[in-house]
Write a protein that binds this ligand. Sequence first.
Ligand code: SF4
Length: 361
Amino acid sequence: MSADDPVVSMRDIDVHFQDDGGVNPFADPETVRAVDGVDLDIPENDVVAIVGESGSGKTTLGKAAVGLQQPTGGTVSFRGQDIWTAKKRFSNPSIPYSEIRRSLQIIHQDPGSSLNPHQTVEASLAAPLKKYESELGPEDREARILAMLERVGMTPPHDYAQRYPHQLSGGEKQRVALIRALLMNPDLILADEAVSALDVSLRVEVMDLMLDLQEQFDTSFLFISHDLSNARYLAEHADGRLGVMYLGELVELGDAEEVLRNPQHPYTKVLKWATPSLSPDEGAAEPPVREIDIPDPVDPPSGCRFHTRCPYATEHCKEATPEQHSIGAAAHQASCFRLDDGSDYWRSDPLEGASLDADER
Ligand code: SF4
């Protein structure tokens, strides 16, 4: 372990599931390639927002980052220690697995599901403190919980501490979930669609609270969302990064403001087009895709997985897989042959309905 090690480092991560055919016992099992070959480092005090359509693998990638989903390929390390090796008995890790678990927390989309309906807020918040900070006495625990309730605006805290989940609004439940994660003094919090279930007016309030707490606690955040405007709000306000996933692959990653100002992957342009607040002039135009439908993740397209929809796709895109290319000086990268002047892409025939010179839409 070195001081420069990222909090979490993912290398060449694959997460493939066997789909056994559901109700049909005679169906051959199929492999769902939920995540394929993803590299991602999350340094100290970093905010990364990952965005993508349903089935893009973003939640699976997030769970792999915090050790809740074991990859079928590649490695996930916490401060240089392989998480899944640390979990093995007799592995003698440099960081004990219990310490890794404490350091990597998650907030779910539905905070209600992670709160015990029969426990008061105080009891729910005391449980992890008892486990991970057993030296704290009951009074210190209570003081810590009340201070956190006050910090997130749940006042008077004594009143909120005695409430049950059904006596809380959706936004208040999400605040309790946030406190519960922060009481562990984590190094990284995975916020998986954490504001999607909230009313629009509450979303900004909860995201502002996350940003505030992220700064106060110096915690890194991995924010997963299907909604580009939420991902953008959080990543831009935190001066963080934005990643775009498509059918299991991380197709673009970089400084949030830069990715949105100058998207390089044709799919990022689609997401931007589909978010009217980001492209007010383009909202009425045709979407910049040849096909609206997303291919089946069980049988993703060959070559570049976006070739069935991409307005710039050529025969080469069907056959070869593009690698990540860096763009400019900033750590901005995207995987598209158009970023490589020497690629055979430029000598290949466009697919039906596509054009190498398709206008920027
Ligand atoms: Fe489109 Fe080809 Fe680039 Fe893929 S590699 S995004 S199909 S141009």
